[in-house]
Design a binder for this molecule. Structure first.
Ligand code: URA
Length: 213
């Protein structure tokens, strides 16, 4: 029985006309008004990578650097992701990397923009873009990085802490592996905790590498 995110699936045909392609989707997503987050972000940060990647990695939402660059996982969390992928033997250049929510949600604190977790309404509003990316890329395996990505793919009751590193089935894809978000490794309290968290992350990614053969 696949994990079911919600019953509310929007058709890809409502996003772009004709056969969906990544350039068409990216262009349409740049004008997305499916929720209010477009007002806050600098731009839509659409996924990027191989059009027929064997692995598709899903993060939460762009961070400050990604929002400015317009590219996913190019900031500190991206560097942790690269380190983990490298240790697990997965080539990021051969992957497709995206986010569950494609605008940066933030609140001002002095001069800084502080990350805010997207809520369920925002996650649900953005999900058709992820569905479309999955439909076009047709990856062999999907990796959910953290709770937001995991719940978008696997439903609100899915717990990364309980089922990380397991192969599970989603209504959106038959082969999903969830693991922690790379930024949680950055938040580890000290070096030993960080090393242990990184080892666990790499172990989960090795499950993915094995599935990819
Ligand atoms: N965190 C994410 O979830 N995605 C990014 O692109 C960057 C940081």
């Amino acid at each position: 029985m696949p994990h079911e995110p919600t019953g509310n699936r929007a058709s890809v045909s409502t996003l772009v006309e004709g056969r969906p392609t990544l350039p068409k989707l990216r262009e349409a997503a740049a004008r997305c008004r499916r929720c209010h987050l477009w007002e806050r972000g600098t731009q839509t940060v659409f996924g990027e990578g191989r059009a027929r990647a064997s692995v598709l990695l899903v993060g939460e939402q762009p961070g400050n650097e990604e929002d400015l660059a317009g590219r996913p996982f190019v900031g500190p969390a991206g560097r942790v992701l690269d380190e983990g992928l490298d240790a697990a033997g997965i080539d990021r250049d051969a992957a497709y990397v995206t986010n569950a929510v494609k605008h940066f949600k933030w609140e001002p604190k002095g001069k800084r923009r502080i990350h805010q977790k997207p809520n369920w309404t925002e996650m649900t509003a953005c999900r058709p873009w992820l569905e479309a990316e999955l439909e076009v890329v047709k990856p062999e395996v999907v990796v959910a990085l953290g709770a937001t990505a995991a719940q978008t793919l696997l439903g609100r009751s899915f717990r990364v802490t309980k089922q990380r590193g397991e192969l599970v089935e989603s209504e959106l894809h038959p082969r999903v592996v969830a693991t922690v978000h790379p930024s949680s490794i950055l938040r580890a309290p000290d070096r030993d905790a960080r090393r242990a968290a990184m080892e666990d992350f790499v172990e989960d990614l090795r499950v993915v590498a094995k599935l990819l053969g």
